[in-house]
Ligand binder design. Structure first.
Ligand SMILES: *Cc1c(COP(=O)(O)O)cnc(C)c1O
Length: 315
């Protein structure tokens, strides 16, 4: 039994009417940890448990840390998550709620991660948030479920952070004989490490993450995510934070589920002003990757700030 659940797959009436297309939603926001990450991280943690590891260590103050904490609780393996001082109280609470111990250390992720690495010994396992082939195979199960349901989709819309999700989606398409299906890979401006790498023709590292979509905030995508853009039809797009935030609010109204701006980025392909991302498709499948760390108040506050900044730029 895997640690993740089979998530709902539904045709969105509001999004289909809005776009004039048949829009499918793979509702991984409803995974018990609040995001798709449990698929891959659950698979990785189960593998480490089989190897006899007796502690899981993570340095993610986001959905990866929450998923590791959840997996550890299910497998009765203690989890330590080292997070930087910038981590929100909400994220720490969600991790602690799963029974993991949270250590706050350092001004940035670099320092928190260094401490996490120094805690590793032969009996403990470090769970990377996106760069692990076992994880990609776990993420790929979401496409197995869609293929099994046999719904007629002609493209996949997916958010990209470090590229673990993208790697999994493409593995899932390929192992289900759907290697020809185009993938629309969406990032927010300021977290666009894949789009910039593809434009440059070589893997580049961002100097800083400036988007509010912190779950997309990998300065550099994993090598596999860059490589699959060469072997698969992957189209990169970048949306603004404002578009991602507006999509979160619209989605809450339409489907009564709150997701992070990291997921709003994907939804902006349908809700946003730029309809060109899906123009040539008739039945896009949007991966509703979810995310548990943003509150509605936070999203509204970010949105007001982003809207003010935009109107300032317009004047
Ligand atoms: C981690 C995450 C992403 C990005 O996944 P990667 O594997 O890092 O590309 C997108 N959305 C949410 C909600 C996430 O937690």
């Amino acid at each position: 039994m895997p640690l993740h659940i089979e998530s709902p797959l539904l045709q969105s009436r509001p999004l289909s009417i809005l776009s004039g297309k048949s829009v499918w939603l793979k509702f991984d926001a409803l995974q018990p940890s609040g995001s798709f990450k449990l698929r891959g991280i659950g698979a990785v943690c189960e593998e480490y448990a089989r190897q006899g590891k007796t502690r899981f260590i993570s340095s993610s103050g986001g959905n990866a840390g929450i998923a590791v904490a959840y997996a550890g609780r299910q497998l009765s393996i203690p989890v330590t998550v080292v997070v930087p001082e910038t981590t929100t109280l909400r994220a720490k609470t969600l991790i602690e709620q799963e029974g993991a111990s949270v250590i706050v250390h350092g001004a940035s992720w670099m320092e928190a991660n260094a401490l996490a690495q120094s805690m590793l010994d032969a009996s403990s396992a470090f769970v990377h948030p996106f760069d692990n082939p076992t994880m990609w195979s776990g993420h790929a199960t979401m496409i197995d479920e869609v293929a099994r349901a046999n719904v007629p989709f002609d493209s996949v819309l997916v958010s990209v952070g470090g590229g673990g999700l993208l790697s999994g989606v493409i593995e899932g398409l390929q192992r289900n004989g759907l290697g020809h299906v185009p993938v629309v890979a969406i990032e927010t401006d300021g977290a666009d490490s894949l789009a910039r790498s593809v434009a440059a023709g070589t893997q580049i590292e961002l100097e800083a993450i400036t988007s509010v979509a912190t779950s997309l905030g990998a300065k550099k995508v994993c090598a596999n995510a860059f490589e699959v853009t060469r072997s698969h039809d992957v189209r990169c797009h970048v949306v603004s934070d404002l578009e991602a935030l507006e999509a979160c609010e619209s989605f809450l109204h339409d489907h009564r589920v709150l997701v992070e701006p990291a997921c709003g980025a994907t939804l902006a392909a349908v809700y946003g002003r730029n309809q060109s991302m899906i123009a040539e498709f008739k039945a896009p499948l949007a991966i509703v990757c979810g995310g548990a760390t943003a509150t509605l108040e936070q999203i509204q506050e970010w949105r007001a700030k982003a809207a003010a900044a935009q109107s300032e730029r317009a004047h």
